[in-house]
Write a protein of this length. Sequence first.
Length: 217
Amino acid sequence: MKQPKHLTTIVKSTYLGRELCKGKCNKTLEMFKEYLDRIDDVMDKAISDYPRTTVIRVDLKFPYSIKYDVDQVMKRFIGSLSSQIDADIKRRRKHGKRVADCKIRYLWARENKLSINDHYHVALFLNKDVYAYLGSLVNTDNLAYRIKRAWCSALDLDIDEGGGLAHFPDNCRYWLDRKANNFDDMFNQVFKRLSYFAKTDTKKSGDRRRRFGYSLR
């Protein structure tokens, strides 16, 4: 696969002193160095925002029968989720609860191997003092439902139509606590998990659409 000139590829087992994820048969993967730098940067900024941070991994898929402008869909997803979180915080405060602010930081990687539509691997960083858990996948007043609802909104689908297109993989929730004794270990675990976003395989080139994105501020 031809790579853009502004990106540098590396094949290493560690980066920035941290272990990277491996492929099948424990294979060392080719990765984009610049993506790994952005992953580290977003994680650092998330912890600076909230010393107790919740990290959520979710995979966002498209329906097979519809083509989407993928450059706009992620913007709509983050916008919808941010609006829902703001509304939830306002509602809780209206009922007399003390609730901190919670802005979203995020990372995403767009991939496509054999399917018609692309799919996203996404990491969301939230204030743990506001959202510590996803909640039950069958309830409608928790973080998991809000993520599903935001993806459906981005796709212009009803929740009954598109709720299954947001998938939470195994071990999809991490906590980072700057004051915890195991902070460095947990940070390294999350970085290793998210380094998967930086692998070069399955990322289309030449279609002039972004393959990797992150929160800028």
